[in-house]
Ligand binder design. Structure first.
Ligand SMILES: Cc1cc2nc3c(=O)[nH]c(=O)nc-3n(C[C@H](O)[C@H](O)[C@H](O)COP(=O)(O)OP(=O)(O)OC[C@H]3O[C@@H](n4cnc5c(N)ncnc54)[C@H](O)[C@@H]3O)c2cc1C
Length: 467
């Protein structure tokens, strides 16, 4: 957003970051094995190709480095205020501006407010009876305890999502015992990961169009997987068969294979990629526990069937709260309307970007912009392009504010929820895409090029423009 504002000639803006450095997801998640699961050549900005990605799916440190290089190259540092946790904001209709509150007590006034708080950074840690008295260490995947030595330890991992399947193979060879507590067996596909060759890197550097072509190729391959997700869930059978073959090849033990066989339609929860997850679970000291956890007692995890599993550490691979609105973040729009009230039934926006009665407020990765098959950076760039158009319109026409029309937002969401009904995300599983009442507020139920097309040109008539 910062880069595109500068490119559009808008330089009176400020980025507030609660941490002491940039990086978001790629600053916070430092667990062993952390890497992207969308190929790096696609999981990067379209305007900033990196010919030096070391692998098809590069590790966290490289992605963080890439983001830091962007800040440097586009001279963003003077625009960023660190250690500035925004606690809320209210719209002042008289001055048509947002009063934005920083935890330090400072109040900043701005014509436009853009919420880029990120989808996956509010860790979910389940409350387990007795956990406070656990004798060992406990930590969440996004807050890794690097001082805890894994070697020779008994480690319990709770959860089988995208982080856990990267953690498990990375620690399995080091630990004395590995206990994986599994509620749901995920669908795991082979990861087409490999080192990028010296030749490829040279080719991309000297003939940039070849990297562009490579990116297109990856984009369309990923986009084609959405056919099963959004058009007909039955088509995901092809991927289910690939995954089952991967499982059969990696896990000869029939009992373990049965435990690891998913029981929902592929794609309903996030599709996972790994070449070594199943192999790690087949090690003699690895144990997959499918019985629910009842409590923690001393240094043991006790399951509902009364079994005790002694551990030196419990790792929560239990993901993030993506679907619900963070109630502690107080946002007041027109007539003092609270965003938390507007979103009582779950977050809703127009094109995941603007919300009625909250003028000049924009969301990046807002409601229903998440993906199950392609790069979030593609969605982010589409939204950023749209927001820049909105800001330029506000400025050039000296409007006080813009507010999305009620009917426009309502129709869009009715259409979106109707579309969701026929997708794989509505085939009966429970996922982090949903709120506690089961409403899917995270996923965009379409192809990403459809979203891009809708975002390409601002339709002024969708908004009320107040002079
Ligand atoms: C382990 C992991 C792997 C992932 N891999 C992929 C992948 O391969 N492909 C993909 O498409 N997506 C992936 N994602 C999703 C990923 O979150 C997005 O792709 C992308 O990083 C989102 O960027 P963002 O800037 O919107 O949010 P974030 O990266 O979360 O950044 C948000 C920033 O806002 C700051 N912030 C939040 N609240 C406040 C506040 N109140 N005041 C001030 N600052 C605040 C945060 O500190 C953070 O720095 C992954 C997520 C995780 C957790």
């Amino acid at each position: 957003m910062g880069i595109q504002l500068i490119k559009a000639g808008i330089t009176d803006f400020m980025i507030f970051e609660r941490a002491a450095e940039i990086g978001g997801t790629w600053r916070d998640n430092t667990y062993p094995g952390v890497a992207c699961d969308v190929s790096s050549h696609m999981y990067s900005f379209s305007f900033e190709p990196n010919p030096n990605w070391s692998r098809m799916f590069s590790p966290q440190a490289e992605i963080l480095e890439y983001l830091k290089n962007c800040v440097k190259k586009y001279e963003l540092t003077p625009f960023i205020k660190y250690n500035a946790n925004i606690t809320g904001a209210e719209f002042d209709e008289r001055n048509s501006s947002w009063n934005i509150h920083i935890q330090s007590g400072e109040i900043i006034t701005a014509r436009t407010l853009i919420n880029g708080m990120g989808p996956l950074n509010r860790a979910v840690i389940p409350h387990i009876k007795g956990i406070e008295s656990f004798a060992g260490k406990t930590f969440h995947s996004s807050d890794w305890n690097h001082s805890f030595e894994m070697e020779g330890k008994r480690v319990a991992v709770i959860g089988t999502g995208a982080s856990a399947i990267q953690i498990v193979p990375s620690i399995a060879q080091k630990v004395k015992s590995l206990y994986l507590f599994q509620r749901t067996a995920p669908w795991v596909l082979p990861k087409l990961d490999r080192n990028m060759s010296k030749f490829e890197k040279k080719l991309f550097r000297f003939l940039p169009f070849t990297q562009k072509f490579y990116r297109y190729l990856i984009y369309w391959v990923l986009e084609s997987t959405a056919m099963g997700l959004v058009i007909n869930p039955k088509w995901t059978k092809i991927l289910e068969n690939i995954s089952l073959r991967h499982l059969k090849k990696s896990v000869p033990d029939l009992e373990l294979r049965k435990k690891l066989t998913p029981k929902y339609t592929l794609g309903c929860k996030r599709i996972l990629l790994s070449n070594d997850y199943y192999l790690a679970l087949g090690l003699p000291h690895s144990h997959v526990i499918t019985e629910g956890i009842e409590r923690v007692e001393g240094n043991s995890i006790v399951t509902k069937d009364g079994n005790h599993f002694e551990a030196d550490a419990i790792v929560f691979g239990t993901g993030f709260n993506a679907a619900e609105y963070p109630k502690e973040f107080v946002v007041k729009g027109l007539n003092g309307k609270l965003l938390s009230d507007e979103w009582k039934q779950g977050p809703e926006a127009y094109l995941g970007t603007t919300v009625k009665n909250f003028p000049n407020l924009f969301f990046i990765v807002g409601p229903n912009t998440g993906l199950g098959h392609n790069s979030m950076i593609f969605m982010i760039e589409s939204q950023v392009n749209y927001i820049v158009q909105c800001i330029l319109n506000l400025r050039e026409n000296a409007y006080k504010y813009m507010d999305v029309r009620d009917a426009v937002q309502e129709n869009y969401n009715a259409e979106l929820q109707k579309k969701l009904e026929h997708t794989v995300w509505n085939t009966g599983c429970v996922s982090w895409y949903q709120t506690s009442t089961g409403k899917n507020t995270s996923i965009y139920p379409g192809f990403t090029f459809q979203f891009w097309k809708r975002m390409k040109k601002l339709k002024k008539e969708d908004f009320e423009w107040v002079k």
